[in-house]
Design a protein around this ligand. Structure first.
Ligand code: GLU
Length: 310
């Protein structure tokens, strides 16, 4: 049975939105009789902290979302990531890109009025795609360190998402190795999900747009892609994406305000139409009434009194 997973980035404490996504990933896996794996996405060495990894593991345990098998850290899988990169390079599917973020933004803004075909807004405009040897050498000589981009060749990919439905997206030439040498998320997530035997990726729908990129990587690496279920995000009372500034947004904050873990689970369950908001529940209680093909498609806006307890 292919497995499910939760893959937090240990760059800060998990907030209620991350934890609700974790609950959903657990429910999707368990209702299929699959294992629920945990992968720490600590690719960003500068931003990742071991205390946030420990905090994530502890939060999941407090909620009763126990994971199966050993915890996998992305930072310990560098060889597999490098092998995938080397294959794409050897197959001529990559090119070095010397653009800075600012240059790309300026070019994208200048092109706003011009038609940009099927590519999404903000897509890489292809500046370095056809640089000749001399222009590459000039940039190298100026001390610029290139990132590596994938030649996507304007591919348009479609997939069926278990929550969002039919999705079609054009793929731009995205970065697969950052200029600091680190393999990029859209590459490693494909390699890691494959090597961990993930059958269905359940994650926040802020990553829906990145999925066509990952499907292209999978195809180029000869990987059978997993299924996807992108679940709606949790918003702050102001309707903006949930963030620390919204108030009591972590599990620790909620426990400090006098709620128990089963109360927090009831709030999550109620937001998914699985239970009333005020009767404590366990993950197993929620599993009994969970239907993976009927997950709400609207974001959950947190009530003000939840993030500002008196
Ligand atoms: N590490 C990502 C995050 O914390 C999730 C990536 C994924 O699930 O593919 O938002």
């Amino acid at each position: 049975m292919p497995d499910g997973r939760f893959a937090p980035s240990p760059t800060g404490p998990l907030h209620l939105g991350n934890l609700r996504t974790a609950l959903l990933a657990w429910l999707f896996a368990r209702c299929d009789g699959s294992r629920f794996l945990l992968r720490i996405e600590d690719l960003d060495a500068a931003g990742s902290r071991s205390e946030h990894e420990a905090g994530a593991v502890a939060d999941l345990a407090t909620l009763g979302l126990e994971h199966d098998g050993p915890l996998v850290r992305q930072s310990e899988r560098r060889d597999a990531h490098e092998a995938a990169l080397a294959r794409l390079v050897a197959e001529g599917r990559t090119y070095p890109c010397y653009c800075t973020r600012r240059e790309i933004l300026a070019e994208v803004e200048a092109a706003v009025a011009a038609p940009h075909g099927p590519l999404p807004a903000g897509a890489y405009p292809g500046t370095c795609r056809d640089l000749d040897r001399r222009r590459r050498a000039e940039r190298e000589a100026a001390g610029r360190r290139p990132s590596l981009r994938l030649r996507a060749e304007g591919e348009v990919l479609s997939f069926r998402d278990r929550v969002a439905g039919e999705v079609t997206g054009a793929v731009d030439d995205f970065v697969i190795r950052r200029s600091d040498g680190t393999p990029a998320y859209n590459l490693v997530v494909v390699v890691d999900d494959h090597d961990q035997g993930i059958g269905e990726v359940v994650r926040g729908d802020d990553l829906l747009d990145s999925t066509p990129r990952q499907l292209l990587v999978a195809r180029l690496l000869g990987i059978d892609p997993p299924g996807h279920a992108h679940v709606p995000l949790v918003l702050g009372p102001d309707g903006e994406r949930l963030a620390k500034r919204h108030g009591s947004v972590t599990l620790a904050d909620q426990l400090a305000a006098g709620r128990t873990a089963p109360h927090v689970l009831a709030l999550f369950g109620a937001s998914l139409g699985l239970c009333p908001p005020d009767e404590p529940v366990t993950p197993t209680d929620l599993l009994a009434c969970f239907d993976p093909d009927r997950v709400v498609r609207e974001p959950w806006t947190l009530p003000d009194d939840l993030v500002h307890p008196s």
